[in-house]
Design a binder for this molecule. Structure first.
Ligand code: B12
Ligand code: SF4
Ligand code: SF4
Length: 389
């Protein structure tokens, strides 16, 4: 048994995993109940998860008949940010820099699965990388790979929380490792750093207000949350940036590959706002931030430009409001112009009010203008050609 586990660990480390531990594959009631409670609170409302998902997520046996063990892998992804940052640039979360991480994760996990199948002498594995209904953090915690922190990410011992998780569910019976006895103790840094108060401090999250969720939803970002999204155009790292064990771990040598271009970490927002399908296919389709399509990225760029409060963004937003083919993007451009609130921004909102065909976008324009009118701010009624910035 120990020899088999040692061989699996060796194969996993050789393939690029930072840590490997073993959990039992039995249905786990505590995981089911934790998950159910979070669904009942509405924490995952944007994901349409329900009780059947919670049942499956707590049952590795639902993925592979006669499953006995779950081999849990942590793959480190911390990387140094490129130096320097241009004005009017947005931020992309570290996990989404470079090639889509699913490819890298699958390569590591499949190499381990092959070794397990070789040891078993027959196919005996099912690989899980992010997309399957399995409570990956819960099984990783059970295996003692790390502990779930108050930011709800798994903090892997010695590696911190900038780790992806992958699992190999197998019919091989492998002795489970013990969970760690660690908790966050009195620390609340992540809770205090979260701009939307998504983290409650009791190891749960209201994901509907998490910036990572807001930037990847395919419908409107609720108006109340837009200012808090700040300059993030994909994901958010604020709660992990302040996390002491994650900071202490730093960038692991195996993954200390910064983005190949600063644009990956800090994209030019005005360029992103113009992103159309041919450039999207070339630059983003194979990256983690591409999976929701180009319009979602343009919408996020509009929100970040509004949050920049930088009047030099007005012209790009005017063009977006007048020409973007997607009503959602035009609506968020209108919001952003309202947030910038310069005379020229308000004038273009008034100009577009009459020309806009979509009722929802007109609603956004009205709201953007009303927020200034309520406070008695005067915007020019007639837009002129050479308006001041
Ligand atoms: C939906 C989803 C999201 C949603 C919701 C996140 C959430 N916290 O639930 C959103 C879009 C917000 C999101 C954001 C991010 N995500 Co995400 N996401 C997922 C996904 C697909 C499902 C998560 C899920 O089921 N959530 C529902 C909750 C209730 O379940 P849970 O998170 O598994 O929580 C369980 C544990 O916390 C456990 N637990 C809690 N306390 C304790 C205590 C003990 C003792 C034990 C044993 C267990 C335990 O019980 C809970 C219920 O079972 C997983 C992949 C997967 N299949 O698991 C990736 C995953 C969780 N995401 C991941 C990443 C990297 C991120 C981001 C960091 C990306 C980013 N920078 O923007 C952020 C982090 C935001 C945050 N603070 O959580 C990684 C996390 C890696 C890690 N180290 O934990 C995962 C595992 C993907 C992967 N395969 O690597 N994500
Ligand atoms: S990822 Fe950002 S918004 Fe989400 S919980 Fe962490 S700090 Fe809050
Ligand atoms: S910042 Fe502190 S409380 Fe939050 S996860 Fe890290 S150690 Fe835990």
């Amino acid at each position: 048994m120990h020899g088999i586990k040692a061989a699996i660990v060796e194969a996993a480390l050789a393939a690029g995993a930072g840590a490997v531990r073993f959990a039992p594959a039995a249905f786990d009631r505590a995981t089911f109940e934790r998950m159910q409670s979070s669904f009942e609170r509405g924490d995952l409302a944007t994901w349409a998860y329900g009780e059947p998902y919670a049942q499956r997520a707590a049952s590795p046996g639902a993925l592979l008949a006669d499953a006995q063990s779950v081999v849990c892998l942590a793959v480190a992804y911390a990387a140094p940010a490129p130096p320097g940052r241009a004005p009017l640039s947005g931020r992309v979360s570290v996990y989404a820099w470079g090639e889509d991480y699913h490819g890298r994760l699958r390569r590591v996990a499949h190499a381990v699965a092959e070794e397990i199948d070789r040891i078993a002498g027959a196919p005996s594995t099912h690989v899980v990388c992010d997309t399957a209904p399995l409570a990956e953090r819960a099984f990783a915690a059970m295996a003692g790979l790390g502990w779930v922190g108050k930011h709800t990410n798994l903090i892997a011992a010695g590696l911190g929380s900038y780790v992806f998780l992958a699992e190999i569910v197998t019919t091989l019976r492998l002795e489970p490792d013990a969970p760690l006895k660690k908790t966050c103790g009195a620390c609340t840094r992540c809770v205090d750093a979260c701009p939307t108060r998504a983290l409650r401090g009791d190891y749960t999250i209201d994901a509907t207000r998490c910036i990572a969720d807001l930037t990847q939803r395919t419908d409107d970002i609720p108006v109340a949350w837009r200012p808090f999204v700040g300059d993030w155009v994909w994901g958010c790292d604020l709660c992990q940036e302040v996390c002491p064990p994650t900071r202490l771990a730093g960038s692991q040598p195996a993954s200390a590959r910064g983005p190949s271009a600063p644009e990956e970490a800090f994209p030019d927002l005005q360029r992103l706002l113009r992103l159309r399908s041919s450039e999207f296919k070339r630059r983003y389709r194979r990256r983690a931030l591409g999976w929701r399509g180009a319009a979602v990225l343009r919408r996020n760029a509009a929100v970040a430009l509004g949050n920049s409060l930088d009047r030099s963004a007005v012209e790009a937003l005017e063009v977006s409001l007048a020409t973007d083919p997607h009503a959602m993007v035009r609506g968020h451009a209108a919001w952003a112009l309202g947030r910038l609130g310069s005379p020229r921004a308000l004038a273009s909102l008034r100009l577009r009010r009459g020309a806009e065909a979509d009722a929802r976008v007109r609603g956004e324009i009205d709201r953007a203008l009303a927020s200034w009118e309520t406070f008695g701010m005067e915007a020019p009624l007639t837009p002129r050609r050479n308006l001041p910035k």
